[in-house]
Design a protein around this ligand. Structure first.
Ligand code: HEM
Length: 427
C-alpha cells in the first residue's frame, strides 16, 4: 500500500489497524501533525492527539476535557446511536453521564468511591494465591498436549474468572460474560456481528430481547444481594447510595457492564500481546527466564508495548488549545495511547520491546481522574500468568498467524495457536 499522507490519514479506517499500519502512521503524526484534524465522512471531524505530553495534559484536566459526552470513536455514525438507544429503551438511562467511565467530577468522584476499595493494591494483593492456583490449573490443562490456543486456553480465562468472581457472577454464567464482552466490544469485527456492513441502522427485535434478558438477569442478582449481601462488588453496589439515594437497577447495570467489559478484554489482550512479543523477541524471553527479578519491569513493558486500549476520547468544554492548535468548545479529541507510549521524546528506543525497561512511565492505564480502576489487578494477573508460563512452558512458539480483532479501540487477538514441549501436570 502507499503510505497515507497527513491529508489522507484517517484513523476511523479500522482495516488500517488490522494490517498493523498504525505505528508508522502514529510516527508520522507525532512528527508532522501531533494535533491532527481527522475528517469523518458521516459527520463532524475530530482531533487525533498522539504525543505523550499532550495525552497526559488532556487526561489531568477534566474541567476542560470531559468524558460525559462519550469516550469511544464513532467510526461509522451508527454505533453510538444504537448503543444510546439500547440503553435508553432498556434502562431509561443514557450511558453518557451515567456509566462511571463516561461521567465527570463531582459525580465521577462519588461513583468511583463506591468501588475503589475492592481494587486497591491491598485488596488485590490478597488475591494472589487464588490467582496462582487458577493459573496453575490452566497450565495443567494444556501442558501435556504440547499445543494450545493461547488466547482461548490461557489469556482469556484468568481475567474472566477473576472479574466474574469479584463482581459476583455465578460460575455457570462466566462463558456468557465472555461472549457478551466480545459482542459489545467487538463492534467493528464481523465475527462478533460488528462493522457497519453487518449492522442494521436500527436495533433489531432480537438485539433488544437479548439486552432485556441480560438486564433481567442482572436485576435478579441485584435483588438477591439486597436481601442477602455477600462479599462481592454487586452487593456493594446494590446496597450503596449516590446523591443520598440508592442506586437504581439501571445505574447498577451500567456499573456491572463496565466492570465486566473492562475487566475482561484489557488484561486478556495484554497477556496475548505480551506472549506474542516474548515469542517474537526470544532474547528478551531468555533474559526474563534467566532473571525472574525482571518480572516487575516486564509486566509494565508488556502493558506499554501492547497498549491494549488504543484510545479514549474527550470533548472540550471551552475554546482552548493543545500545542498551539486551537480547538473549539464541543470538539472531540482522541487520545492515542499506543502512540504516546512510543513517543520518541519520552521513551528511548520506544519501538523495541525491553523487559528491563526502566524508567517506564507509560500511560496505557490512562492518567488523571479516570486512571484505570483495575491497574493493580491487571498487573497482578499479568505477573502471575507470566511467572507460571515462563517457568513451566519456556519454549512456547507460534504455530500459525495470530488472528487479530478488527478494531481501532482494542489491540486485540482473538486466537493464537502455539506449540511447546509437552510436560507433566503439577497437580
Ligand atoms: C492491561 C489492562 C488494562 C488496561 C490497559 C486498561 C486501560 C484503561 C484506561 C486507559 C482507562 C482510562 C479511561 C479514561 O481515561 O477514560 C481505564 C479505566 C478503567 N479501567 Fe482499565 N485497563 C486495564 C485493566 C482493567 C481491569 C482488569 C479492570 C477491572 C475492573 C479495569 C477497569 C477499569 C475501569 C472501571 C475504568 C474506569 C475508571 C474511571 O472511570 O474512573 N481495567 N482502563
Amino acid at each position: 500500500m502507499t503510505a497515507p499522507t497527513i491529508d489522507t490519514i484517517d484513523l476511523t479506517d479500522v482495516d488500517l489497524f488490522l494490517r498493523g499500519d498504525q505505528y508508522d502512521i502514529f510516527r508520522t503524526l507525532r512528527s508532522e501533525a501531533p494535533v491532527h484534524y481527522n475528517e469523518r465522512a458521516w459527520g463532524p471531524g475530530f482531533w487525533n492527539v498522539t504525543k505523550y505530553e499532550d495525552v497526559l495534559a488532556v487526561g489531568v484536566d477534566p474541567a476542560t476535557w470531559i468524558s460525559g459526552k462519550g469516550i469511544i470513536l464513532d467510526n461509522d455514525g451508527v454505533r453510538t446511536k444504537r448503543e444510546i438507544e439500547m440503553s435508553e429503551q432498556q434502562l431509561g438511562l443514557d450511558p453518557r453521564g451515567n456509566m462511571m467511565i463516561m461521567t465527570d467530577p463531582p459525580r465521577h468522584t462519588f461513583m468511583r468511591q463506591l468501588v475503589n476499595k475492592a481494587f486497591t493494591h491491598k485488596s488485590v494483593r490478597r488475591m494472589e494465591p487464588h490467582i496462582r492456583e487458577l493459573v496453575t490449573k490452566i497450565v495443567d490443562d494444556i501442558c501435556e498436549k504440547g499445543e494450545a490456543d493461547f488466547v482461548m486456553d490461557v489469556a482469556r480465562l484468568v481475567p474472566l474468572e477473576v472479574i466474574c468472581e469479584m463482581v459476583g457472577v455465578p460460575e455457570g454464567d462466566w462463558e456468557a460474560m465472555f461472549e457478551l464482552s466480545n459482542r459489545v466490544l467487538g463492534f467493528d469485527d464481523p465475527e462478533y456481528g460488528g462493522g457497519a456492513e453487518n449492522r442494521t441502522q436500527e436495533l433489531t427485535p432480537e438485539e433488544m430481547q437479548m439486552s432485556f434478558d441480560l438486564f433481567n438477569y442482572l436485576s435478579q442478582l441485584v435483588q438477591e444481594r439486597r436481601t442477602s449481601p455477600r462479599e462481592d462488588v454487586l452487593s456493594v453496589l446494590a446496597n450503596s447510595e449516590l446523591d443520598g439515594q440508592s442506586l437504581n437497577d439501571g445505574e447498577i447495570f451500567l456499573f456491572f457492564l463496565l466492570l465486566i467489559l473492562a475487566g475482561n478484554e484489557t488484561t486478556r489482550n495484554a497477556t496475548s500481546g505480551g506472549m506474542l512479543a516474548l515469542m517474537e523477541n526470544p532474547e528478551q524471553r531468555q533474559r526474563l527466564i534467566a532473571d525472574p527479578s525482571l518480572m516487575t519491569t516486564a509486566v509494565d513493558e508488556i502493558v506499554r508495548w501492547t497498549s491494549p486500549v488504543m484510545h479514549f476520547e474527550r470533548v472540550a468544554t471551552r475554546d482552548t488549545e493543545i500545542r498551539g492548535q486551537k480547538i473549539k468548545a464541543g470538539e472531540e479529541v482522541c487520545l492515542w495511547y499506543p502512540s504516546a507510549n512510543r513517543d520518541e521524546e519520552k521513551f528511548v528506543n520506544g519501538d523495541s520491546f525491553d523487559v528491563g525497561r526502566s524508567p517506564n512511565e507509560h500511560i496505557a492505564f490512562g492518567k488523571g481522574e479516570h486512571f484505570c480502576l483495575g491497574a493493580n489487578l491487571a498487573r497482578l494477573e499479568i505477573r502471575v500468568i507470566f511467572e507460571e508460563v515462563m517457568k513451566r512452558i519456556p519454549d512456547m512458539e507460534l504455530a500459525g498467524p495470530p488472528d487479530k480483532l478488527r478494531s481501532n479501540f482494542l489491540n486485540g487477538i482473538k486466537r493464537m495457536p502455539v506449540t511447546f514441549s509437552p510436560s507433566a501436570k503439577v497437580n
